[in-house]
Write a protein that binds this ligand. Structure first.
Ligand SMILES: NC(=O)c1ccc[n+]([C@@H]2O[C@H](COP(=O)([O-])OP(=O)(O)OC[C@H]3O[C@@H](n4cnc5c(N)ncnc54)[C@H](O)[C@@H]3O)[C@@H](O)[C@H]2O)c1
Length: 307
């Protein structure tokens, strides 16, 4: 089965992962509305798709507002006659530890990722419902949203929020036959290029060599093309039974993430007063403390960043 005849929007698809998603969707037969904030970047992405024989149309606009969301849906309908697939990928980083993070740092990240996902999904779902389209929505989470990460208060809030919205939307969209999932990607892009931990992998990739197995398998880290297949699959008719999931992919690795579940349940007649918590509740909590932060395997000596 292919995506022939389908129409997709991919936000932030001028570069990085978004570009790989747009190219893969086009390769599988979909017509793609490409979007980015910079006109040249948008046009180059459109060109890269049409050069390969695919169909693409560019919309230069900043994702976040309702106006942009509606512009994107309208572009799909006006240029290609319909909408079937929305991939909400646009994103930025403004990393700082909590005390250094400004209101602007917080708002900018929340606006693109969290608000942008909300406004675009609302506009696409409105179209799907009114036109009885069993649409496909793919949103983008992050290991940081799942586990937390030092210096990423704003990004952790946005990415955890996206997965929270996906769980809610899967319930709301079920009757309409629309699926919505979050993917949790890890890949070599401008966003990860400067992380010293990945430098041996980035160097190999830039030299046109395969990344070492440690990165591809233990870390689930590879080039952007490794993530694009999952987006195309979730956008296909075959993925009709998959909704409300958070699915990790990168390098050779595919992971299905759990949603939060209680790990311990205890009862106290009359409720959990301060006294009851001191005597009995404390042990229940302390015996079940959960770890935070991403679990990173140790980097082998030969793959350490060069000083
Ligand atoms: N690279 C990774 O390992 C990784 C891991 C987890 C999540 N992600 C997520 O994947 C997505 C893509 O990341 P990437 O690594 O390709 O980043 P990137 O910086 O390489 O690309 C992001 C693209 O989005 C565009 N963009 C930024 N703000 C925009 C806006 N308001 N409207 C439209 N376009 C906008 C940028 O111009 C850029 O072209 C992001 O949501 C990111 O948080 C990436």
């Amino acid at each position: 089965m292919s995506l022939n005849g389908k129409v997709a929007i991919v936000t932030g698809s001028g570069a990085g992962l978004g570009l790989a998603y747009a190219q893969e969707l086009a390769r599988q037969g979909a017509s793609v509305v490409v979007n980015d904030v910079n006109e040249d970047v948008t046009n180059r992405a459109v060109q890269s798709i049409t050069d390969e024989g695919g169909k693409a149309f560019g919309v230069t606009a900043a994702v976040g507002s309702t106006e942009t969301a509606e512009k994107l849906v309208n572009a799909a309908v006006e240029e290609f006659g319909q909408l079937d697939i929305l991939v909400n990928n646009a994103g930025i980083l403004r990393d700082r530890s909590l005390l250094k993070m400004s209101d602007d740092d917080f708002d900018a990240v929340i606006n693109v990722h969290l608000r942008g996902t909300f406004t675009c999904v609302r506009a696409a779902y409105d179209y799907f419902k009114n036109n009885e389209v069993k649409g496909r929505i793919v949103t983008i989470g992050s290991p940081t949203g799942q586990r937390g990460n030092f210096g990423q208060t704003n990004y952790a809030a946005a990415k955890a929020g996206i997965v929270g919205m996906v769980r809610t939307w899967a319930l709301e969209m079920k009757r309409a036959g629309v699926t919505v999932n979050a993917i949790i990607p890890v890949a070599a892009t401008a966003m990860t290029e400067t992380v010293p931990f990945f430098s041996a992998a980035i160097e190999a990739d830039k030299a046109g060599e395969a990344m070492p197995d440690f990165f591809r398998k233990d870390l689930g880290f590879g080039p952007v093309a490794d993530v694009a297949g999952l987006v195309a699959f979730l956008a296909s008719d075959e993925a009709q039974n998959i909704s409300g999931q958070a699915i990790g992919v990168g390098g050779d690795r595919l992971q299905v993430w759990s949603h939060p579940e209680p790990v311990a349940t205890e009862f106290n007649d009359g409720g959990w007063t301060y006294d009851a918590l001191q005597s009995k509740g404390r042990t229940v909590i302390e015996n079940n403390l959960q770890e935070v932060g991403e679990k990173m395997p140790e980097l082998p000596a030969e793959l350490q960043p060069k000083a």
